[in-house]
Design a protein around this ligand. Sequence first.
Ligand SMILES: *[C@@H]1O[C@H](CO)[C@@H](O)[C@H](O)[C@H]1NC(C)=O
Ligand SMILES: *[C@@H]1O[C@H](CO)[C@@H](O)[C@H](O)[C@H]1NC(C)=O
Ligand SMILES: *[C@@H]1O[C@H](CO)[C@@H](O)[C@H](O)[C@H]1NC(C)=O
Ligand SMILES: *[C@@H]1O[C@H](CO)[C@@H](O)[C@H](O)[C@H]1NC(C)=O
Ligand SMILES: *[C@@H]1O[C@H](CO)[C@@H](O)[C@H](O)[C@H]1NC(C)=O
Ligand SMILES: *[C@@H]1O[C@H](CO)[C@@H](O)[C@H](O)[C@H]1NC(C)=O
Length: 665
Amino acid sequence: MCNLKFVFLISILSLPVSFLSSSESEAIDALLRRLDAKRPPPSVQESAAKAVLQRLLPTHASSFEFKIVSKDVCGGHSCFRITNHKKSSKNDAMIMIEGVTAVEIASGLHWYLKYWCGAHVSWDKTGGSQIASVPKPGSLPFVSDEGVMIPRPTPWNYYQNVVTSSYSYVWWDWERWEKEIDWMALQGINLPLAFTGQEAIWRRVFSDLNISTPDLNDFFGGPAFLAWARMGNLHAWGGPLSKNWLDQQLVLQKQILSRMLELGMTPVMPSFSGNVPGALKEIFPSANITRLGEWNTVNADPRWCCTFLLDPSDPLFVEIGEAFINQQIKEYGDVTDIYNCDTFNENSPPTKDPSYISSLGAAVFKAMSKADEDAVWLMQGWLFYSDSSFWKPPQMKALLHSVPFGKLIVLDLFAEVKPIWETSSQFYGTPYIWCMLHNFGGNIEMYGILDAIASGPVDARVSANSTMVGVGMCMEGIDQNPVVYELMSEMAFRSDKVQVQEWLKSYSQRRYGREVHKIEAAWEILHGTIYNCTDGIAFLGLPLALTRTNCLFFSSLILLQYEWNARTQVTMWFDTTKSNQSKLHDYANKFWSGLLEAYYLPRASTYFSHLLRSLEENESFKMDDWRQEWIAYSNKWQAGTEAYPVKARGDALAISKALVEKYFG
Ligand SMILES: *[C@@H]1O[C@H](CO)[C@@H](O)[C@H](O)[C@H]1NC(C)=O
Ligand SMILES: *[C@@H]1O[C@H](CO)[C@@H](O)[C@H](O)[C@H]1NC(C)=O
Ligand SMILES: *[C@@H]1O[C@H](CO)[C@@H](O)[C@H](O)[C@H]1NC(C)=O
Ligand SMILES: *[C@@H]1O[C@H](CO)[C@@H](O)[C@H](O)[C@H]1NC(C)=O
Ligand SMILES: *[C@@H]1O[C@H](CO)[C@@H](O)[C@H](O)[C@H]1NC(C)=O
Ligand SMILES: *[C@@H]1O[C@H](CO)[C@@H](O)[C@H](O)[C@H]1NC(C)=O
């Protein structure tokens, strides 16, 4: 049933105010105009938004009228507008949704379904679409006569982390991607990372430089480890990539990009960071290629340790960077001007000299802008947090000011916990996006910090001399904590802080289909405890399992390699010796039933049997014996292929009650 109580949440919104100087605003406006000019015509976007509706709520496909409008309708910004549609016949649409792009239309639709019809849209693994509360076509509730206009307080809503492609999307087919892109549109995301298939582009670029297939096999990572091979943390681990994989991913990327574009999104494409195959050194002996240090291996095994970095100051850097973007444009067309590049992530420049750092930054930018004269560099600001002893104000300023204003956008990656904008005079005047990182390794514990999400982006935007140009979500993995992601997504359309307590009431009504005071009270507790918390607390998740659904299908041998990739990523992650486990073991752990039953339980039993023996025999704990045993067990499990249930069994309520009784009774 529709509930008019939802309406109180829509407050009178003040229009956005920009704090940038006029020449700086002009640079951002010019960028926005260039990106707007790349979008497809209104009819294409309107149909794309209709198709989202058709997939989400087919019964109501003709209950809504969609229209692309100009920014003038929203006072020069982006917005959506919901009004009652003037019916001329009985079968006409009831609700009109206008938006500056198809993304704003989809967001307006989502807003209407949430706040007028009590619906709830989530990832399938976190509840899926709950739309039973939407009244029948013909009975949809009207909005007030003057309609509702919701502006975006900042132009961009960014989505993804460079590792999400490995932790969450690695096995997806087009069907799953299509669902995700629908979800993105409904949440208002207009600046998504589009990293799929880049190895196919690299294959061409490096083949043109006479790098052989075996050399490329040694360069790329396996499917579940691509993100770290791309960043130069490792090479060949989990590989090689088959030609089939490379070709399939390229096809997938074309489908992804064309859908993003139809919806009026601006994809963020990869660019060259200096990460090259070792063999390049033989082809270009005079090129300045250095071997990077060890990254989380057990014993620096050169089979996967220590990748090669082409120095940005080398002329070959610009050549390869330009070739990569040209190859990308050749393959996909002129789809964006925004390129991600993280050359200095977990990899400090060789000197702290600001003028040298500035020349490196300029070279990275030159490599992009030679191929795309309007290129804008999007950089994760993680280094300013993780390597803050290197990146002091002079070094930060040197990097951030190495390119013209408006040509660099920084992601304040962990702003809900460690905002950099506050301590860096707003990135020394550089435009930045306020991002929530929230999740590490795709872990599924319940936690988050709702108060910070509800107020942080607003505080940042209205602060003196703000250079904030967007909000974003940079989680390492998805499919967890839907409440956190729903609130964060709303912040793209919230000009004022959200009162979390009230918001949670409406959230729980929408999520559980009706008003239940006990559930609201439970959410009050969660708000003050696990959802006022910056790290994961072990908490019993839903019984999920390793699943092969939504997977791409390949030959059995390749399937074996993929299964090893999938199992290794969620358990040991990286390499081992006989008695030294990976430094990254359990980083990407999941409380899935198959893992609990077949992996963690035997592993824990091994530990307890060694412990028991040492106590019984009054000997010190044999650390080395125990390690050898669990490492061998883990490696064997990683290479297994047995299937696990993918459907929950048993009575979740009864089990939960029994657990509460057992531990708190
Ligand atoms: C690649 O090999 C071809 C044929 O041997 C040669 O003409 C070309 O110069 C080589 N290119 C590079 C970059 O070494
Ligand atoms: C080569 O690169 C290294 C590391 O980036 C740098 O320290 C060195 O100055 C560079 N050498 C030349 C000749 O440019
Ligand atoms: C904002 O900018 C003005 C002019 O550059 C400066 O005087 C002022 O101190 C800045 N305020 C803050 C809080 O940084
Ligand atoms: C969350 O914790 C902070 C202190 O860390 C506290 O000030 C705040 O009131 C808490 N919020 C809730 C909803 O309990
Ligand atoms: C390997 O493990 C042993 C203990 O089992 C430890 O003494 C040694 O330092 C470890 N080696 C490395 C490279 O971590
Ligand atoms: C266990 O060993 C310690 C010394 O290693 C000894 O002091 C103690 O008496 C022993 N306990 C038993 C129950 O044998």
